[in-house]
Design a protein around this ligand. Structure first.
Ligand SMILES: NC(=O)c1ccc[n+]([C@@H]2O[C@H](COP(=O)([O-])OP(=O)(O)OC[C@H]3O[C@@H](n4cnc5c(N)ncnc54)[C@H](OP(=O)(O)O)[C@@H]3O)[C@@H](O)[C@H]2O)c1
Length: 323
């Protein structure tokens, strides 16, 4: 199962919002075929694994699959039918699929067809790898990450509008990877007006770009702004953030990265809509001329967030708080 998890992981940025899944065919302790789910909408891991297996099945072959095989017609036909038709008799599954259209139904179908099914091998590892996918289905809403760049004295930007990079190039490059991990980047009107950001994931590996959502009451936007260049932007006029997130819950979106200024960030925190807060903090202060990040100094605690990790990136500190 460890190997099946390992071969699924490289496709993290191409399968989202689908989970990463790996499958193996094993006989007498030897791996005879491997397959992973490699891209969103593409063949599932089980199918790729069968395609890599050129032999006939007997009673000693076992299929290992990190996640419960699907039993419904989605973008591809149900994997359970392919498994049953293959003639393999035993399957070991890492974790149940939390998606209600699969949950338990795949395993039931396989057992009903007479297969020997074991479940729950390295399930916590499968879950950790697919954290956003499990969260979305178990909580019926996407996981919300807020990312901020802060000065040493917890300021966001200069009050007088002058632009300055708060954090180092290394931190900003790390942010690109955080963007690539998420399905959506959400921001507010002032950030787009003041900073004219691109807000895409500029990484050195293939990735599906996150969709962008701009929360704003402004009716007309200049489509020549670089923010709109990739035509990947939804403008949402809803101000009630619970409604914004509720609306996203019905879509194929497992995770949202909020990248905005103090106004929108504080609104999310006050609503308790933050599962993870990532702070990139510079050793330099902005002082009197700065705009403070938080209206309430105890907001991180009040939101139920606690320290998960803290380490240095170049001259900055990256700290992660999580629920
Ligand atoms: N240091 C950092 O990490 C970082 C990151 C991003 C931005 N910034 C800085 O932050 C500054 C802008 O920050 P800001 O606090 O003024 O604005 P902001 O948080 O970026 O945006 C606030 C705007 O979002 C829209 N909005 C929609 N629903 C909202 C809600 N429920 N609560 C709050 N806003 C909502 C409104 O847009 P409309 O007015 O269009 O209706 C509102 O004016 C920029 O100068 C930028 O440089 C810093």
């Amino acid at each position: 199962m460890k190997r099946a998890i390992e071969i699924s992981a490289p496709y993290k940025y191409l399968t989202k919002p689908n989970p990463m899944v790996g499958a193996l065919i094993v006989k007498d302790g030897e791996i005879l075929a491997e397959g992973a789910h490699e891209k969103f909408g593409g063949p599932h891991a089980e199918v790729n694994c069968f395609n890599a297996f050129k032999d006939k099945f007997d009673f000693d072959h076992v299929m290992f699959c990190t996640l419960e095989p699907c039993n419904h017609h989605g973008k591809t036909p149900p994997c359970t039918e392919k498994i049953i038709a293959s003639g393999i008799k035993k399957i070991v599954i890492g974790s149940l699929d939390p998606n209600p259209i699969v949950a338990g139904k795949g395993i039931k179908r396989l057992r009903d067809a007479g297969l020997d099914v074991s479940v729950g091998i390295l399930a916590p590892e499968v879950r950790e790898l697919n954290k956003f996918f499990f969260f979305k289905h178990e909580n019926k809403r996407p996981y919300v990450t807020i990312k901020i760049a802060s000065s040493a004295d917890w300021m966001s930007h200069n009050r007088n509008g002058s632009t300055t990079w708060i954090t180092s190039a290394a931190s900003r490059s790390d942010v690109q990877k955080v963007r690539a991990e998420h399905d959506v980047i959400l921001t507010g009107g002032n950030t787009v007006r003041d900073d004219q950001p691109r807000m895409d994931a500029r990484v050195e590996f293939p990735t599906l770009q996150p969709r962008k959502i701009l929360l704003t009451s402004q009716e007309e936007w200049d489509s020549n702004l670089i923010f709109f260049k990739d035509k990947n932007v939804t403008i949402n006029k809803e101000r009630n953030l619970k409604e914004v997130i509720k609306d996203l819950s019905h879509k194929e979106i497992n995770s949202v990265l909020v990248e905005a200024g103090p106004k929108l960030v504080n609104s999310f925190l006050h609503e308790g809509l933050c599962d993870q807060l990532i702070v990139y903090q510079s050793p330099d202060s902005l002082g009197e001329g700065g705009v403070p990040w938080f209206e309430d100094n105890r907001i991180i605690d009040k939101c139920g967030l606690s320290l998960k990790s803290s380490y240095t990136i170049d001259r900055d500190k990256k700290t992660i708080f999580e629920k």
